[in-house]
Design a protein around this ligand. Structure first.
Ligand SMILES: [Zn+2]
Length: 229
């Protein structure tokens, strides 16, 4: 579905340029939103399309949006995967009875689409899970294990030593929809990504899609995040 036509993009850029010519860009999407509201364009859909094209503020919208094509709505949430809900890589090898001492927690220091309570234990949401608050569609997210609300960033913290099996049971016992099927294998993969990362380091999560013989393969990644100052 087309969200912005070529002509609308030009119109939007002219509108923004007139505004920021005088006052400069305050690195928000203020003027973009004002224009979109007048045109009756859905703001949440618009943010997704703009972010996908590198338009995180008014000046970036004018610089980064393509000039010669319509912009389509980013595809919506995908179907849940019942066999492998968290998309753990198929070649991941579990280690029986290994003890882990680190997990991820949300942090007020990282406010990137963070709707969790402060310092909740967080776990990636299953593939296709619709977040209860808006996050960027170009990213995956963690859910808080108390609030079940999303955050894009977590930090590594120490926990009481635990193995994958016990941890998975604890998480399932929370009776949250997103973690109902959180298995020992899912727990082992989660811990294995974190165990070598230093305490206090921020981490994010995304899905890596690879197309090849036999179709598209989607793997969960949990990775260090480096912030540019
Ligand atoms: Zn800007």
């Amino acid at each position: 579905m087309t969200l912005l036509t070529k002509n609308q993009i030009t119109e939007l850029c002219v509108f923004i340029e007139k505004r920021i010519e005088k006052k400069g860009c305050d690195h928000s999407l203020k003027n973009t939103f004002e224009w979109a509201e007048k045109k009756g364009i859905d703001i949440a859909d618009l943010i997704d399309v703009l972010e996908f094209n590198g338009g995180f503020c008014d000046c970036e919208v004018t610089m980064n949006l393509p000039e010669d094509c319509d912009l389509q709505l980013v595809a919506g949430y995908k179907e849940l995967d019942l066999k492998n809900p968290f998309k753990i890589p198929l070649n991941f090898q579990q280690t029986e009875n290994k003890i882990y001492t680190k997990a991820l927690f949300s942090s007020p220091e990282y406010a990137h689409n963070n709707y969790t309570k402060n310092e909740e234990l967080i776990i990636p949401a299953p593939f296709g899970f619709k977040p209860k608050k808006r996050v960027r569609k170009s990213m995956h997210f963690f859910n808080g294990t108390e609030s079940e609300l999303p955050t894009e960033i977590g930090v590594v913290k120490e926990i009481e030593p635990i193995n994958g099996k016990e941890f998975a049971k604890k998480i399932r016992d929370l009776k949250l929809k997103s973690f109902m099927n959180f298995s020992e294998r899912d727990a082992e993969y989660y811990f294995s990504r974190i165990e070598k990362i230093d305490i206090g380091k921020p981490m994010g999560t995304h899905f890596m899609e690879k197309s090849g013989i036999g179709g598209t393969k989607i793997d969960l990644k949990i990775h260090k995040v480096i912030f540019r100052k």
